[in-house]
Design a protein around this ligand. Structure first.
Ligand SMILES: [Zn+2]
Ligand SMILES: [Zn+2]
Length: 277
């Protein structure tokens, strides 16, 4: 039986449509026997209609979050929106010269640089899809490949559920070359109504993705995408699918804290694990 001891895509109140605190998420992870939790709130236009540093200040003070809490390793992340077909992330090129206090900063910075400066890793996901309306599968593929190449992006979030048409081959090859991973997201398995065509299509895309990763030797992360602490560590459907296809355990990056932290350290520029704080 595959064991998955990290949940590296979970949300807190700072995502606004989520309902738990960091502490509640960590406690839930401890209670579920997890070794590691990665806090990945939305870094996205979903947070505010105002695009300015003030709205994203929960990403600027990660240093206060203990690296070990209730026996659980805690990583600091963000789920960053992909905002165009070039694969740019939210806040790209948006320059500011004032920080939270209103004082002029030493030199101008982009929101993207500031928001992702202190994350251990980012998950790149598409939520707002208007910009993809006329995109071809080749364009979507290229968008995902470019997003994955961002120095802070460790994985693409829920590409099976987003529903955009893509070509699996180039995405899987890019993940392998970059030492990065693709996500199997438990929430994709309860998306839509049971038995409806949309859920069936999502599930078959997720299975195809996992099979392609197994074949190519690409790591996957199995995450809950919990928007409330109750859901943390509940991966049953994703793990059952992986069992069915005999997914190789060594490619499951979230199988242990050691495996996941090692993968982050190899893939993300400037990642430092400080150990116990
Ligand atoms: Zn998402
Ligand atoms: Zn999410």
């Amino acid at each position: 039986m595959l064991r998955n001891l990290c949940d590296t895509h979970v949300h807190t109140l700072f995502s606004r449509h989520a309902y738990s605190t960091v502490e509640e998420d960590v406690r839930a992870a401890a209670e579920r026997g997890l070794e590691l939790v990665g806090i990945t709130d939305h870094y996205s236009a979903m947070i505010s209609s105002e695009i300015r540093p003030l709205e994203y200040q929960h990403l600027f003070n990660f240093g206060v979050i203990p690296r070990r809490w209730m026996g659980v390793r805690v990583l600091r992340g963000a789920e960053a929106d992909i905002i165009d077909l070039e694969g740019h992330l939210f806040g790209h090129g948006m320059q500011f010269d004032r920080m939270l206090t209103g004082d002029v900063w030493v030199s101008p910075f982009t929101l993207e640089e500031q928001a992702l400066k202190d994350v251990d890793y980012a998950i790149a996901s598409v939520h707002g899809r208007d910009f993809t309306r006329d995109a071809t599968p080749a364009q979507v593929t290229d968008m995902y490949v470019r997003a994955l190449a961002h120095p802070k992006v460790l994985m693409l979030g829920h590409i099976g559920r987003t529903g955009l048409p893509y070509e699996l081959g180039p995405i899987v090859r890019a993940a392998r070359e970059l030492g990065k991973m693709l996500e199997i997201n438990e929430h994709s398995f309860d998306f839509g109504k049971p038995g409806d065509a949309r859920r069936a299509a999502t599930m078959s895309r997720c299975r195809g993705l996992a099979e392609a990763c197994a074949e190519a030797g690409v790591m996957i992360a199995v995450n809950t995408d919990a928007h409330i602490s109750f859901d943390i560590g509940r991966f049953a459907h994703a793990l059952q699918m992986l069992e069915e296809i005999h997914f190789p355990e060594e490619l499951l990056a979230t199988r242990s804290a050691e495996a996941f932290i090692g993968a982050v350290g190899r893939a993300i520029a400037a990642f430092e694990d400080e150990g116990a704080r």
